[in-house]
Design a protein around this ligand. Structure first.
Ligand SMILES: Cc1ncc(COP(=O)(O)O)c(C=O)c1O
Length: 94
């Protein structure tokens, strides 16, 4: 990761090296770094996800705390993303 979250080139490299099939990702308010991946970074990740036909588990547990959250990966590539969230975080919503 860098300051924009998962590095697409590294993901691509690791997918090739380890024949990865599943990616667990927290693109919004990553825990514990609280990094929020930009829209452009998400688009770059989608290209790698498509290239390797990854199944993505997108954990958006923290995103309910944000008023204007970025586009979740599940909206960008719904056929390859399982979107999970949290019940307890939504109780903290201001
Ligand atoms: C990224 C992430 N996913 C899941 C959870 C679990 O959330 P909950 O206990 O509300 O189910 C947490 C809790 O902090 C979290 O940080």
């Amino acid at each position: 990761m860098d300051s924009d979250g998962i590095i697409p080139d590294k993901l691509d490299e690791y997918c090739q090296r380890f024949q990865a099939k599943v990616l667990y990702a927290i693109p919004t308010l990553q825990n514990p770094s609280v990094i929020i991946s930009s829209e452009s970074r998400r688009q770059e990740l989608v290209e790698v996800i498509k290239k390797h036909q990854l199944l993505v588990i997108e954990d958006e547990a923290q995103s309910s705390l944000m008023a204007n959250r970025p586009t979740p990966l599940v909206n960008l590539i719904p056929e390859q993303v399982i979107h999970i969230s949290s019940c307890s975080k939504s109780f903290l919503k201001p």
